[in-house]
Design a binder for this molecule. Sequence first.
Ligand SMILES: Cc1cc2nc3c(=O)[nH]c(=O)nc-3n(C[C@H](O)[C@H](O)[C@H](O)COP(=O)(O)OP(=O)(O)OC[C@H]3O[C@@H](n4cnc5c(N)ncnc54)[C@H](O)[C@@H]3O)c2cc1C
Length: 308
Amino acid sequence: MVNLRNILKKINIKGELLFNEPMSGHTTYETGGPAEIFCVPADTRELIEVLEAANRCASDYFILGGGANLLVSDKGIPGLVIDIKHFDGINIADDGRASFGSGLIVDSAAEAALEAGFSGFDSFYGMPGTVGGAVWMNARCYGRSISDILASVTYLNESHSIRTMTPQEGDFDYKISPFQNGDSVILEAEFRLIKCSREIIRKEMDKNRSDREAKGHYAGPSAGSVFKNNRAFGKPSGAIIDSLNLRGTEIGGAKISDHHANIFINKGNATSADIYRLINFVQTKVRDELGFELEPEIRMVGDFSDLL
Ligand SMILES: Cc1cc2nc3c(=O)[nH]c(=O)nc-3n(C[C@H](O)[C@H](O)[C@H](O)COP(=O)(O)OP(=O)(O)OC[C@H]3O[C@@H](n4cnc5c(N)ncnc54)[C@H](O)[C@@H]3O)c2cc1C
């Protein structure tokens, strides 16, 4: 890893290069230990240089969006974390084709679409994270998945060549995208938006944000829903957890939200281990008492093996 550090220092990138950077400052749970190397490339050329250096050193890398769906181990992330935040371009054409950089914050994309008078992105307003993270997760809000409005995704494949994929060419499904099976880096995504009056779009955006506020989405640091919903279980994961009266359960500084049983919050002093143990506790309770296997939606990054 010293080798990769030295190579990256020599590349002398315009973006940032940090060492032992605490991930608690980059996740919405506000937990997580240090990233051994934390790099914020300024553009695609730098990103490719950094990826090639990682390849040469046989180093793993992790692409960070807004950190809104991550539980990062307290031991941190060995190797390289690449923050994609400088990929934040916005380009909206008159026909409603909107290209957003992968590092653009979802709320900024929604505001830009509103400004241009196009609807479609308003459903995602209020959801923390970036456009790239939303594509990777195939995020779903208020009955609409990202893939429903997606026209194409431009990405770097594992050989670092730029490629474009339409949703018809990839396997998108409920909270599933083709990017979950591999190490591609999403550079930008193009969406098909629909002309609409600004008043109507604004109303929809405000309604969605108010609904989130009422449901306690912003009541404490969290990563939104912990478990995916599974139609076969007959009710949403939150209702399943509620049926066992688990709202308010605490382990260390982690707590099942009083507002929503599928949202776990950091009360202020939680470690990732606390949150991990609370997730395990709920999974075990639901499995033992109801026979359902809840599948985490949040992505665990780093080593949690000593907590099992
Ligand atoms: C209060 C709150 C409410 C939420 N509500 C919802 C909701 O309604 N619906 C919903 O679906 N989710 C929701 N979430 C979860 C979260 O907002 C989404 O999953 C979001 O899409 C994550 O985006 P991100 O940029 O933060 O990704 P991150 O958490 O940073 O990363 C998620 C995954 O995407 C990968 N990734 C990110 N960017 C790229 C890229 N450019 N190239 C390749 N891989 C990449 C990462 O490597 C990681 O594997 C909520 C979270 C919070 C905190």
